[in-house]
Design a protein around this ligand. Structure first.
Ligand SMILES: [Zn+2]
Length: 465
């Protein structure tokens, strides 16, 4: 109860979303209450539990009148619970369900690194502070509130709406989405998924673009190793594991993958140029039109972010070798981390690495199970709906398709043949991104605008009109 009163008091002073506000005050209060409850449950891998957060949401859904049979709490281990709930359309529509996805787990947060409490919601100077305010408990709270409201209003649906709040997106071995698709496909089988990974970009209060993530690069580590028989370091021999590996790495530094555009990155270059200076904008449009324009490519890829967007990258990230200061090394190893463009395999990249090393004594192995990257696909019908809703809530701000150079859970759905979009309408300053960092925060105005945007988007994608 204390929380409800506090929320209402804050709301009296909260800024009002700029346009097309479809959220009644009571629903703004409710989303804040859910947000606070989720933020204050520790869901880190080390000491927390996503099950506790899933249970809190399940209790709210039950109280809202969603039947027990449509609320499932399940997971591969006690602290890695996932919640899957379903609003039924009554079977009238032929469309496969719309699935609203958010992960419940958060990155570790050490109290001593933060200037505020990481697991207490603090509203200060126009921001919500706590671990997970941005990544990803804003979306978890907003989707939960939307489902509760649709139940309360008996929204007529043309497709089922599934809410999935999951574990181990950030780390841990029990990724909820991967597990649910493999073990309980029926529960999460959908026609379309809305997830994190997109979001708005702003600079000094000016809204630049509303990003829609429609593709992502695949993360892959390769272990390089050289072994020798070793010996006493007073009697060096020509063949030395450390020199051999180091020379291979020097050659590997020159490995540059070709430029390649897909539907998503081409659209980004065409549409996002207004975020950039006129010179860069010109190069973006030039490369979108002709990826063989070597001069424009060279200028653009001098920036790490565009280089990462336009090609597969590999970089040495760890190095180890030897076992004593007075012994010839028996072993030297390096980790090479690659971010692979959609549509390419880890094996192709491995072949390129091996070719560049040009030394069969340097063994190259995949450090983890390969999850082949799905092809980048831009569903124009869904994009059109996002654009329409975005124009209502954020007039004049372009919707821009994006490819992440990191990974989200959308990849599991895309690999299962289910289209997934990263879209949130949550705007963050490009010069102040604190997800995974200290003092994570999200603007109060931006939070409620995101609620409004996602509510209207879910209505447009699932409700009968
Ligand atoms: Zn996240």
């Amino acid at each position: 109860m204390k929380r409800v009163i506090a929320a209402l008091l804050c709301l009296a002073f909260a800024p009002v979303a700029r346009a097309a506000d479809a959220i009644p005050a009571a629903d703004r209060a409710l989303v804040r209450e859910i947000y606070e409850e989720l933020l204050e449950i520790d869901t880190t891998h080390s000491g927390g539990s996503t099950t506790a957060a899933a249970e809190a949401v399940a209790a709210r859904l039950r109280a809202a009148g969603i039947p027990d049979a449509d609320i499932v709490l399940l997971g591969p281990s006690p602290k890695k619970g996932n919640l899957v709930a379903r609003l039924r359309s009554g079977g009238s529509g032929g469309e496969k369900p719309l699935l609203l996805l958010a992960h419940l787990d958060v990155v570790e947060a050490k109290r001593e690194d933060w200037t505020v409490e990481p697991f207490t919601l603090l509203e200060k100077d126009g921001y919500f502070y706590a671990r997970g305010t941005l990544d990803d408990k804003a979306m978890a709270a907003i989707f939960t509130q939307a489902v509760i409201r649709m139940k309360r209003e008996s929204t007529p649906l043309r497709r089922d709406v599934i809410l999935a709040l999951t574990a181990d997106e950030e780390g841990g071995d029990e990724n909820g989405v991967d597990w649910l698709i493999r073990e309980h496909r029926g529960l999460v089988d959908a026609g379309l998924v809305l997830n994190e990974g997109g979001g708005g970009r702003m600079r000094s209060g000016k809204y630049l673009v509303n990003g829609v993530q429609a593709a992502e690069k695949t993360y892959m580590d390769y272990e390089l190793s050289v072994t020798n028989k070793g010996g006493h370091s007073s009697l060096p021999v020509k063949d030395n594991a450390i020199y051999r590996l180091a020379n291979g790495l020097v050659r590997l530094e020159k490995l540059v993958f070709p430029i390649e555009l897909n539907d998503v990155t081409r659209a980004y270059l065409e549409r996002a140029s207004q975020m950039e200076s006129p010179e860069i904008a010109k190069d973006m449009r030039a490369v979108a039109k002709n990826p063989k324009d070597a001069a424009a490519v060279a200028r653009l890829t001098a920036q790490a972010s565009y280089n990462a967007m336009l090609r597969t990258t590999c970089v040495a990230t760890e190095l180890a070798g030897g076992h004593a200061p007075n012994a010839l090394p028996q072993r030297a190893t390096a980790n090479v981390n690659c971010r692979i463009l959609p549509g390419h395999t880890a094996a192709e990249v491995q072949k390129a690495i091996v070719g560049m090393l040009d030394d069969t004594e340097i063994k190259v192995v995949l450090a983890e199970r390969e999850i082949a990257g799905p092809k980048a696909q831009l569903d124009p019908a869904v994009l059109a709906v996002v654009e329409k809703v975005s124009a209502e809530v954020f007039p004049g701000v372009p919707v821009v398709p994006m490819m992440s150079s990191g990974a989200t859970d959308s990849k599991y759905f895309r690999l299962a043949g289910i289209s997934a979009f990263g879209v949130s309408g949550l705007f963050v300053d490009v010069d102040d991104v604190r997800a995974h960092g200290r003092d994570e925060r999200l603007g109060v105005t931006q939070f409620y605008e995101g609620q409004n945007f996602l509510w209207l988007l879910v209505q447009a994608l699932a409700a009968k009109n």
